[in-house]
Write a protein that binds this ligand. Structure first.
Ligand SMILES: C[S@@+](CC[C@H](N)C(=O)[O-])C[C@H]1O[C@@H](n2cnc3c(N)ncnc32)[C@H](O)[C@@H]1O
Length: 307
């Protein structure tokens, strides 16, 4: 199933909790992963824990909020056999030390600025749309990874937002900050019964955003290898591919440059890439040959061909 669409919400959780998720999504995840234990560090209205308890899994969960609502929810879930901790910042607390490891660690974090939870210091719904939020999202996911058993799954459910005409997508940047070889699937989850969809937005170009992504990763690499992949992925994101670097250098140099000037520009603009390739000058020359839009003008001088 590549698109998860459950018009009937299903059984469990609290349909009035802002940003709640359909229990059927968690049922599907438990079924596909064959998990026997579930941890949700941003449990909100407790949907995932209700599903885990109903299906006979060991269920653990936490939330940053310590509100009376969450105190009551904790009491109910604990009576039913779950373990719940409140006032836990999923981006900073060592979840593995607090809860031990689980086969399925799943989070549906707050994102964007449309719903503000006001859950306390570290509330992800108050970090905005930029780097502070992405850093917190990465920290939470890597923290979840540590609380996952070897061979188990860590899953993030997250959507996109649009604010003042600007579209923010978080799943792409997040995947670029995680161990790429642990990615097992990305599924689209259709959103039903979204309160904003009931308001009259007039004619929104490209329509409303009524989906989220389910990012499914499996923990299998040793710690240092996983973090090595994360570092490499982040470096690649910062510096781009060789084609992108060379194309950008020539553009920034006004569309025409001699090789020495190009080497110098690349050396300064992509130091991480240069460090990885001591013979980077040969790499620049090879890349120039591969780019159809770059043409030799005379010996040692290259230019961007007009379109
Ligand atoms: C989208 S809701 C989760 C909804 C849940 N999936 C459900 O079905 O009810 C996100 C939750 O993250 C919590 N939260 C925000 N920042 C957090 C943080 N840094 N650590 C832990 N929980 C956080 C909020 O209090 C909120 O309850």
């Amino acid at each position: 199933m590549s698109i998860l669409s459950f018009p009937e919400r299903g059984q469990g959780g609290d349909s009035t909790y802002r940003g709640n998720c359909s229990p059927k999504v968690y049922e599907w995840l438990v079924q596909e992963t064959r998990a026997r234990s579930l941890l949700d560090p941003v449990m909100g209205g407790g949907t995932s824990l209700d599903v885990a308890l109903r299906l006979g899994l060991k269920a653990s969960g936490s939330d940053l909020s310590t509100s009376p609502y969450h105190q009551r929810l904790k009491a109910r879930l604990e009576r039913q056999g779950a373990r719940v901790e409140l006032g836990v910042d999923a981006t900073r607390t060592d979840l593995a030390a607090l809860f031990g490891q689980h086969d399925l660690v799943v989070a549906h974090p707050a994102y964007g600025t449309q719903i503000v939870y006001g859950s306390g210091e570290g509330d992800m719904s108050q970090l905005g749309d930029g780097d502070a939020f992405l850093d917190a999202l990465q920290a939470m996911t890597l923290n979840m990874r540590e609380a996952t058993t070897d061979g188990g799954y860590y899953v993030v459910i997250i959507g996109d937002t649009r604010k003042q005409g600007r579209y923010h997508s978080y799943q792409g940047p997040l995947l670029g900050m995680l161990p790429a070889s642990e990615l097992r699937a990305v599924r689209i989850k259709a959103q039903h019964n979204v309160s904003s969809a009931k308001q009259d937005y007039g004619r929104v170009r490209f329509g409303l955003t009524l989906h989220e992504y389910v990012l499914i990763l499996q923990k299998e690499l040793p710690f240092f290898q996983a973090f090595g992949e994360v570092v490499k992925a982040q470096q690649a994101r910062l510096t781009g591919t060789w084609k992108a670097i060379v194309r950008q250098a020539l553009t920034q140099l006004g569309g025409r440059a001699d090789l020495d000037t190009l080497y110098d520009h690349v050396f300064r603009s992509a130091p991480d890439r240069v460090k990885q390739n001591p013979n980077f000058k040969a790499k620049v020359r090879q890349t120039l040959q591969l780019l159809p839009e770059c043409q030799p003008e005379e010996r040692g001088i290259w230019r961007l061909a007009a379109a």
